[in-house]
Design a protein around this ligand. Sequence first.
Ligand code: UDX
Length: 455
Amino acid sequence: MYIEMEKEKGVYRANVLVLPYPSQGHINPMLQFAKRLAPKGIKASLAITHFLSKSMQAKSGSIEVVKFSDGFDDGVFTQADGEDYHTRLEVTGSQTLAELIKKQDSSGYPFDCLVYDAFLPWALDVAKKFGLVGAAFLTQSCANNNIYYHVQRGLLKVPISESPVSLPGLPLLELADMPSFISAYGSYPTYFHLLSNQFSNIHEADWVLVNTFYKLEDKVIDWMAKLWPMRAVGPTSMYLDKRVEDDKGYGLNLFKPSACMNWLSSRPTGSVVYVSFGSMASVGVEQMEELARGLSGSGRYFLWVVRASEEEKLPKNFAEEMSEKGLVVHWCSQLEVLAHHAVGCFVTHCGWNSVLEALSLGVPMVGMPQWTDQTTNAKYVKDVWKTGLRARVDEKGIVRRQEVERCIREVMEGEKGQGIMKNSREWRNFAKEAVDEGGSSQKNIDEFVAKLVCS
Ligand code: UDX
């Protein structure tokens, strides 16, 4: 054991613990960031809760997974217990994270740095207590972070009384473009607090890392980088090495992927509409029906991820009736799907990871934002990067079948679609440039690593 430690000490230049908020949309980018540190001589471990570790469907590749407790090791909580969950996560999480760090200390190869999800600001206190470098990791777009920063500092008053809203580095935002916890202030108080509380102690962090890239959000990055030592290090999904057989996905799925690649491979290039609403969004029954009818009406092939918990909302026998045209699966390896030549359009809820992944792989989008940051992301997709459309909702907040059809048609056919495709290709190249050797995100990671090994 001792010899192994010595060997590790010799091989690695620093030892980093990476702590994501316990959900798929946060684990993916932070795991991928951790994987980037290894080739630079850094040992990185990923801390996930005991409960989530039981749902892990695949290994995390080169990264060691260590476990801590959120106080719900048996998973006995529901969304309705949200408030209780976050309080317990903080109390039990602080304690068990400290135990993890102490245990590592006594192994003779202590952690040097904690890269913690900014959703968990209490983790910085734990890092400081043990003298570790503390790096906050922002998993959402810089634009969203800037909005919540303004709210947290009292610079943007909620509920919002006047729109459009003007904030530094951002386009004018209508109420419908604001994050849902702000536009529908009071709808999810726990999550509103979680998002704005990210900035309560961020000025004490040694680093603030963001999963975006400079060209994508240059103005807002410039503005925020004046506040703290903030660096854009994404898109983390772009770091996947497609040449490595087992590096096609992030590597830590909390849901079991279904087989769909053979189905996809038998479809012509650019012919398939891929549809997914990520790991959390819950779509109403009426919306599911409209989306289903819109997909069938589009006449296109489609691959639709409907999580097992959402399946009963599908119209009766829909999957069977559409089996010639469509495949409905519970989960897939999204990166592999988006990278597949058959995919021509992504109908997405505009979760930040999904948007970055589509943008990095040059896939045009139809945005159907559901909640949280997705509304703001959809605004950027349509009006700033112009890599897709945002489906219009009716007075009941539903995207009707005709609108689904219209958006798919506009994105996949015609002049507008060609412009969107051209922009998508351009952004794919910019994303690649950012993470390639000498690119803006790569340089930022190098700077982070260089300072870490000197500290
Ligand atoms: C949540 C929020 O909803 C999102 O808005 C926020 O920015 C991050 O946290 P989620 O809803 O799950 O995330 O969406 P998203 O950010 O898109 O993350 C989903 C991840 O799961 C992506 O990395 C995607 O590649 C992956 N995924 C999704 C799969 O691997 N397979 C699937 O079938 C669906």
